[in-house]
Each structure stands twice: as structure tokens, then as C-alpha cells.
Design a binder for this molecule. Structure first.
Ligand SMILES: O=c1ccn([C@@H]2O[C@H](COP(=O)(O)O)[C@@H](O)[C@H]2O)c(=O)[nH]1
Length: 272
């Protein structure tokens, strides 16, 4: 997928919602536990119910890796289902990878080739040679952690490094990487007050914004400070959507939540 295709999908849907598939066997409705693959059964129902209201899906791989080989199979089934039934949706593996070059290439092969995700979250800590191998995969995106939504973001990311905050250094340095036109950046919705300055540094790149819903970030503030002329945002909500209900109607409850966020987004895009 290209940035232009993602932007035109956002315009068409009037939504820049990313639904997070953080599927936890302790939280899904009990009746699904009888299914052969309860995680996939849950995800399939959520995808079918929410696809009209969102433009992206983001499984966080921790929720799959936690179940070993079975969980990995559920993740493979989920990305297979997404690519087969809604290929226009942008798919993000939230795995926060990054290592020495040859290892990064193997991670990239796993998520971009074996599973065919559009994008992967990557930690920038190991520097240029750990990120560029991901960017070498054509038509695939790297979503680099810049300023994360958690309280611990203030431990290192806002500390200064050569006159800049570390997250600012991540933004400016990574724009020099080969393939940087396929970079996106993670900025937490809980850090919306930083977004205007971040936009000045990266006016054209997409920002993936987790932290609305369960973590308390404000969609209005994120849009006010983080949008660019092309929208340029993917706003993620995981628990707030997928666990909106816990009974037989869980997928309808999730759809209602996703529809309500999409409605707010459509109003914002219309300038209301
Ligand atoms: O800074 C970050 C980076 C990633 N995440 C991930 O996004 C979702 C958020 O889930 P909610 O249930 O909507 O809070 C989850 O997968 C996180 O690991 C983040 O929250 N913040």
C-alpha cells in the first residue's frame, strides 16, 4: 500500500481509526473458548463488525506470542483474513523490533514477507543500521517509536541529547535514513501537547497515535495539534473498542464504539 492509497481510504471513509487487536483469552467472551482457535474467532468477528468504520488494524504481537506456537498461528490466521477480506485496510504488526542489521532483516522478512503486514513498529534505540534494513523492503512501512504514551516516556525520551530531546533527535536523524519516505512515527495521545512541535519537524509523515480510550488521551487534542493538510494520522484504540462488550453481542458493541469514534473523526474532518 502507498501513503496516497491510505490517505484516499481515509478521505473516502472519513475515518482515520486504527482498531487494535490486543486479544486476551482472559477477556474475550467465554462462549468463544469452545472454538478451535478462540483468538482468531474473536478477531474475525471484530474485523467483520468494525471494518466499515476504520482504515487500519493493529495486532500487538505480545498478545499472540503469549500463547506460543498457538498464538503465532492465530496471528497468521488474522493477517491472512485481513489481507483476503479487506486488502484496502492498512495492517500494522505492533512488535517494536530492531536489532543489528542482519537480525533486523530477519524480523522484517517475518512480518513483511511471511505475514505480509504493511507496517511494523520499530524501536530506534540501536540506531540507523538497525532501522534501515526494515526500510529496504519496498512498499512496506516502519513506524518508529518517537514519544510513547506511557509515563516512562519521560525517563529517556524527553531527556536532552546534543541540545535536543531524545525523541526530537529520533525524528530528525531518522529523516536522513535511506527509505525515510516510508517512515511513520508513534506519538502517544497522552502527549498531545507535544504534537504541534512534532508536526513542525515531520510535517509530511504519518503519525500513529495510541492512547485514546483506555489510556485517557483526547481525540480532539490529537487532531488539533497533530493533523497535517493530508490528515496524516492513524489513531489507535484497542481495549476501548474490542472489549466494549463481553456477551454474545460483543461484536455489535465493538462496532458501536468504532462507529462513534468514526463519527467524531468525520465531524473533525468536516471542520465542525
Ligand atoms: O506508545 C505506545 C506505543 C504502543 N502502544 C500500544 O498501543 C495499544 C494501545 O492499547 P489501548 O488498549 O487502546 O490502550 C497497545 O497495543 C499498546 O501496546 C501504546 O499504547 N503506546
Amino acid at each position: 500500500m502507498t501513503t496516497e492509497q491510505l490517505t484516499s481510504h481515509i478521505r473516502e471513509k472519513q475515518s482515520f481509526l486504527c482498531v487494535g487487536l490486543d486479544t486476551d483469552l482472559d477477556k474475550i467472551p467465554r462462549h468463544l473458548l469452545q472454538e478451535e482457535d478462540p483468538i482468531f474467532a474473536f478477531n474475525k468477528a471484530i474485523i467483520d463488525a468494525t471494518r466499515d468504520y476504520c482504515v487500519a488494524y493493529k495486532p500487538n504481537t505480545a498478545f499472540y506470542e503469549a500463547y506460543g506456537a498457538r498464538g503465532w498461528q492465530s496471528l497468521e490466521r488474522t493477517i491472512g483474513y485481513l489481507n483476503a477480506t479487506c486488502p484496502e485496510h492498512f495492517t500494522i504488526a505492533d512488535a517494536k523490533r530492531g536489532d543489528i542489521g542482519n537480525t533486523s532483516t530477519r524480523y522484517a522478512k517475518a512480518f513483511y514477507e511471511e505475514m505480509d503486514f504493511d507496517a511494523l513498529t520499530v524501536a530506534p534505540y540501536m540506531g540507523r543500521d538497525s532501522v534501515e534494513p526494515f526500510l529496504a523492503f519496498e512498499d512496506k512501512f516502519v513506524i518508529l517509536l518517537a514519544l510513547t504514551s506511557n509515563p516512562g516516556a519521560f525517563d529517556f525520551q524527553t531527556g536532552t541529547f546534543g541540545g535536543e530531546a531524545l525523541y526530537e533527535k529520533v525524528l530528525s536523524a531518522s529523516l536522513e535514513y535511506a527509505g525515510s519516505e516510508r517512515l511513520m512515527f508513534v506519538v502517544g495521545a497522552t502527549k498531545a501537547e507535544y504534537l504541534a512541535a512534532i508536526r513542525k519537524r515531520v510535517p509530511d509523515h504519518f503519525l500513529l497515535i495510541p492512547g485514546v480510550g483506555a489510556q485517557g488521551g483526547s481525540l480532539e487534542d490529537v487532531c488539533k495539534y497533530g493533523m497535517n493538510g493530508q490528515v496524516g494520522l492513524l489513531v489507535n484504540s484497542s481495549r476501548g473498542i474490542i472489549y466494549a462488550g463481553n456477551g454474545p453481542d460483543f461484536a455489535e458493541r465493538a462496532a458501536e464504539q468504532a462507529a462513534s469514534i468514526r463519527e467524531q473523526m468525520a465531524k473533525i474532518l468536516a471542520g465542525d
